[in-house]
Design a protein around this ligand. Structure first.
Ligand code: GLN
Length: 541
């Protein structure tokens, strides 16, 4: 097989502690290879038994990322899409739950012909087949980067590591590259960086039969060559392949930093890839813009999980992208909606330039969101409502403009006299919890002359969804008669997708999740225009 046609594989494991930014590191490595003209995609293995994170609490898991094909996935897929600008699919994320589900279903069908079904080879074979399947999600994939969730030493990740060991043996050393991400802690009292945890972690990997080809060592501040040499010696890794990854002030500076440390060259050399010289211009440009914005705006983020920023990962990143395109730094002011519900919103929004109401489930904090939407409408504060945010804005408008007393969503109050937000037809008979919402990409047609149309510059769009409830079409006439614009609808089902308020500088609510399609080098048009509106508001203030 020629170099051009075969896929090569990079595996990324993590050691010492979790939360070292493995997903971001993996995505950054992907962008280094893309910068050489290579076709790259990604796969995330999650060693938990849940079939997908869709049923997990945001406190446990952070944001649930949704792909075009409607998979509820790990938030690392968001990093992959943001960095690589490649659409992920359900095949780009696999969990232990999915792997076992598949193997057990096959066993029930009798496919194993009476054999004892075991972790090795049946589970590991299923894991390997998922690696091949992920490589097929893009045309002529040259590199698949596989990130293994969890930390080496966890019981849960063992089958994945064993499968990778087998895979590397079968595919050959020259076609596979193993990267282990670790932490080099700094011990203040001793005034020293410590390499022992890294040595132990690599030791655990080698016990399983995996020898890292490179180490990515996270640290608070840069570590010197002597220390890197020592790590190389103890871990059986070439000293030049021990790459230090000190903390940076923006994740978007990581690709450039990895490149400067030679990681891109090390990988392409090992894998024998013929490719172009790296072109990281757009990443360098992005880093420079992040450092040199000319203004700033403050946006109030009205949510329920404000203590846990991972729940709103994609929204936070979308503001970085849209800030850069507007040449401003976007400061986020987190406003707790449960608190607002109890104590009111006085003084929360007087000095902000825009308000975003977050997605969410369940009634906690929704009255706070409804109050906040009212403030934005009445005070002509730029407003952006996402999913539940659109629903709360609609309820507010129905109650206070259309005078529909006690209007509500049946999600929060089943007996509401005015169910302006109602359960979707398709959801009525659903009793199972996982994967049963309206999920993934749906078409939307935007009306000419609306703010949304202006942002996208076209009327046919497609955006991702994750919800059960919708604007009740039997109230649409009333809402419209009182000044609400239905700016976008689904052309097949006529479901409301975008609302706007006519007599307002920028008031847009969307039933979909635009934050899932904002990319580092290509901000989402609605976020971009929202930030622009906030900037105008600030100038006028
Ligand atoms: N809870 C609402 C629904 O299910 C909104 C969901 C969301 O914000 N993603 O329709």
């Amino acid at each position: 097989m020629s170099t051009e046609s075969r896929t090569k594989y990079i595996f990324i494991t993590g050691g010492v502690v979790s939360a070292l930014g493995k997903g971001i590191a993996a995505a950054s490595i992907g962008s280094l290879l893309q910068a050489r003209g290579l076709r790259v995609t990604m796969l995330k293995f999650d060693p938990y038994i849940n079939v997908d994170p869709g049923t997990m609490s945001p406190y446990q898991h952070g944001e649930v990322y949704v792909t075009d094909d409607g998979a509820e996935t790990d938030l690392d897929l968001g990093h992959y899409e943001r960095f690589l600008d490649v659409d992920m699919t359900k095949r780009n994320n696999a969990t232990t739950g999915q792997v076992y589900n598949e193997v057990i279903a096959r066993e029930r069908r009798g496919d194993y012909l009476g054999k004892t079904v075991q972790v090795i080879p049946h589970i590991t074979n299923e894991i390997k087949s998922r690696i091949y399947a992920a490589a097929k999600t893009i045309d002529r994939c040259q590199i698949l980067i596989v990130e293994v969730g969890g930390t080496v030493g966890d019981i849960e990740s063992l089958p994945f590591l064993e499968a990778i060991r087998q895979f590397c043996l079968e595919e050959g050393q020259e076609n596979t590259f193993n990267i282990h991400l670790t932490l080099i802690p700094y011990i203040k009292a001793a005034g020293e960086f410590k390499t022992k945890p890294t040595q132990h972690s690599v030791g655990r990997l080698r016990e399983i039969g995996l020898q890292p080809n490179a180490l990515l060592c996270r640290s608070e501040s840069p570590v010197d060559k002597e220390l890197r040499d020592k790590i190389g010696l103890f871990c059986n890794v070439r000293p030049s392949h021990v790459i230090n990854a000190p903390d940076l002030d923006s994740i978007y500076k990581i690709p450039q930093r990895f490149e400067e440390n030679g990681l891109g060259e090390i990988i392409v050399k090992h894998l024998g890839l013929e490719c172009a010289e790296p072109d990281l211009k757009s990443w360098i440009h992005l880093s420079e813009k992040i450092d040199n914005v000319s203004d700033e705006v403050t946006i109030a983020i009205c949510g329920k999980y404000v203590g846990l920023k991972d729940s709103y990962k994609s929204i936070i990143e979308a503001f970085v992208h849209s800030g850069v395109e507007n040449d401003v730094k976007v400061n986020l002011r987190w406003v707790d909606m449960e608190d607002a519900e109890k104590n009111g919103i006085d003084g929360q929004f007087e000095d902000v330039d825009g308000m975003l109401i977050c997605p969410g489930f369940g009634s906690r904090g929704t009255e706070g969101k409804i109050m906040s939407a009212r403030y934005a409408r009445e005070n002509k504060l730029p407003f952006f409502g996402i999913c539940l945010g659109l629903q709360c804005a609609t309820i507010e408008f129905a109650r206070n403009v259309c005078q529909l007393e006690n209007a509500n969503s049946v999600e929060f109050l089943e007996a509401t006299p005015h169910p302006v937000i109602d359960l979707m037809e398709t959801q009525i008979d659903v009793s199972q919890m996982g994967g049963t919402m309206r999920l993934g990409a749906y078409k939307c047609k935007l009306e000419k002359g609306t703010k949304a149309y202006k942002a996208y510059g076209r009327s046919k769009i497609s955006e991702r969804h994750r919800h059960r409830y919708e604007v009740n079409n039997s109230y649409v006439e009333t809402l419209k008669n009182h000044g609400l614009t239905i700016a976008g609808t689904n052309p097949d089902t006529n479901l409301v997708e975008v609302i706007e308020i006519k007599d307002h500088p920028w008031f847009v609510g969307v039933q979909f999740h635009p934050e899932l399609k904002s990319r580092a080098l290509r901000a989402h048009p609605l976020f971009r225009e929202f930030v622009a509106a906030a900037l105008r508001h600030k100038a006028a203030r």
